[in-house]
Design a protein. Sequence first.
Lengths: 476, 173
Amino acid sequence: MIQASFGQIFAAVQADVMRRDAETGYKGPRPERGIASMMRIALAALAALMIGPAMAQAQQGPLRIEITDGVIEPLPYALPTFVAETGDAGQMASDITRVIAADLSGTGLFREIPESAHIQRFGAFDMPVSYPDWQAINAQALIVGGVSMQGGKVVVKFRLFDIYSGQQLGDGQQLAASPASWRRLAHKVADVIYSRVTGESGYFDSRVVFVSETGPKDARQKRLAVADYDGANIQYLTDSSTIVLAPRFSPDGGRVLYTTFETGFPRIKMLDTRNVAATLLPEIPGTMTFAPRFSPDGGSIVYSMEQGGNTDLWTMGVNGGSPSRLTNSPAIETAPSYSPDGSRIVFESDRSGTQQLYIMSAGGGEPTRISFGEGRYGTPVWSPRGDLIAFTKQHAGRFHIGVMRTDGSEERLLTASFLDEGPTWSPNGRVIMFTRESPGAAGGAQLFSVDISGRNLKKVDGVGAASDPAWSPLLP
Amino acid sequence: MTFAPKAVLLLAVLGLAACNNPDKYGAGNGVVDPGGMYGDNGVSQGSINDPNSPAYFNQAIGDKVLFQVDQSTINPEARTILTGQAQWLVNHPQYAAIIEGHADEQGTREYNLALGARRASAVQEFLISQGVAGNRLRTVSYGKERPLAVCSTEDCYAQNRRAVTVISLGAGS
């Protein structure tokens, strides 16, 4: 069911198993002090850094976050262009190699050693690795691969080598896909490499649903779109005849909730990614509904309902059922997000006088305020790991994306600009994507990403003017 | 180490059915362009010199009131305008109105939707207090989605923190 629901938008992967060396009897050594453990130490340092000295300075402004003590030297890797094993695979081999490199280097955790510096050249996938040649150019990791066209499919196989320990890291793997899905093949290879080196799951084979924007600031045209996490393969899910806002994936990626003005009033619609059919969710007449988000089991949604000028949080089943009230206060309660285990909801409320973050039981009840810094806090989103909450902070005329522990401690601001808002987590909880809007009549919105250490801030290319990103789970 | 090919299929991206059906997202829901600032809302505007015209309501009385940052309080200036709006609506029962609440861009999207709703509701309550039947008034919030002024300074923000009373044809017309 889950895989089927990824349907057309997600180029369904009918995954059997990836063919591994292990299945052919390979029992490669597992280096104890190789690149994987080194990178794990580095990531641990990064995590430790988050709760280190930078904390004390966060309140003075994110541009002063000091991470120099913990700057991680990106891991140098060599990625010779994959060997074309059939005569017609040359271009594909080159393209796939470049996407893998873009994925890895794009994390800021890896640095590619240009091919022009390589000493050993792979004329064949199975050539023995000449470790001294790679040690000589200070490569720590080497990825060797081959690409062939077989029966209308692209077949990719690859191996990862730890140069310092002189060993293969993990099994070789082989994947196949239709030529149209070649980018997903590359992302999957990069996810495996990332995972082996960092010890964490990857996030490259994933998609982002967002609002594509065109037109002048006072008559902005908006429509839903979905693209690969790196901005490639953009597809539009609605036209721009009405305002649409803040799409959110279901936990399996098969559905998208969003807010539309198609009736003239904000209402929540649910779109099936298999056939791009969307239906309005039931509403109480005379209300406005917005800011929906799925529960982790995908069975219900939490959202804001406005009645008589007052906005509270409500929940309802995705397949109908009457709405149930979660908050009952004269303040604005909005932007709810479930904890990964579904037991709690983080949201924003101005019941104290300004927007602040609160956590309550998923069934409602008395909330606990968790944000206490200066300024206003909104759009909290629980990380997929459960340990952090990302948020938008507004203070002294600037906007920030930040993270804090679920008890509100260890707040860290990751960005600062005229207008940053609406964080969304990568599937592995390592990267945050958000909307950055530039000021003035010619201002516009773009998607940016930053990792949770505050490093590697960059624009998502290829999607044009865009806002309200929501990251999908890792695709199957 | 050998690699026996075993099927791991990544199916092609199939054709998408999206966006081929603009009508699907069009109007036709009984509400004609509630963002009336972009059209005449199906209502003949008439002349500003005709006190019975929507044009007179919009321009002579004033169809919009402004708010302070993050506030939905009706200030004295707004009170004067809304009192005029209420009198006109009481005297012209053939019309109804949709009150649009708006916010400036200095806020998050969801919060601004809720804030715009507060502002629209504050205007609605005031009009009702002045004798306009509640069933002739509906509110909508655009949050920060439809700024009137596009600069990013307080001059423009002040114009965008507004509620606009958009005249529409009433049920009895």
